[in-house]
Ligand binder design. Sequence first.
Ligand SMILES: N[C@@H](CCC(=O)N[C@@H](CS)C(=O)NCC(=O)O)C(=O)O
Length: 204
Amino acid sequence: MLTLYGQYMSRGQRCLWTLEELGVPYEHVKTNQGAGESRTPDFLQINPNGHVPVLKDGDYILWESMAIAMYVAKKFGQGSLWPASVEDEGLVMQWALWASLEVEIFVVNYLRHAVMYPPEKRRPELAEEALRVLPAPLKVLDDALAGKDYLVGNRFSVADINVSTVLLLADIYKQLGVDKYGNVMAWLNRVAARPAWQKLPSLK
Ligand SMILES: N[C@@H](CCC(=O)N[C@@H](CS)C(=O)NCC(=O)O)C(=O)O
């Protein structure tokens, strides 16, 4: 039995999405990171970073949300969420690292410093940096999606889950000017129409 720690309103949503797409049975422990539940001594035993999400598969423990999504896709989604060729597997990893390193860090900074944090805790320069930096990777994504419905192998895969959740998290794309990128918007609408994504808010 798999156990996924982390609530919908966290990076755990990409793991929940992957599990729901594949219909894999799992227990959902709705660890509330905002209430400090990822920092308890017990939780630090499973993720010493103090973050959600975490996946337990028997005695095996995995953290890092994109790694979890890829693990679940590779283990349970061969030929569907996980691609068939080594080349496409390379592209799945490329997009995960790219989303994490070139986009997510800036999106999260914007979310924190322009939206979530109380004014006294905000560092406006980080929100401004995000708005300055993000158009370049968004253009890369828009170009990559030209004439294509999905990122890898022309079918919906865990690459689409990992990359789209960076923008779908807290509906943040609406404030980041993503509507200027027509291919990205069409793709976000396409993937967000999937029943498994639509179901996620009800999981909490
Ligand atoms: N790179 C990590 C980041 C994990 C992360 O920062 N999670 C946040 C929630 S989205 C968290 O647990 N924050 C609470 C804390 O660090 O105390 C991943 O993708 O899993």
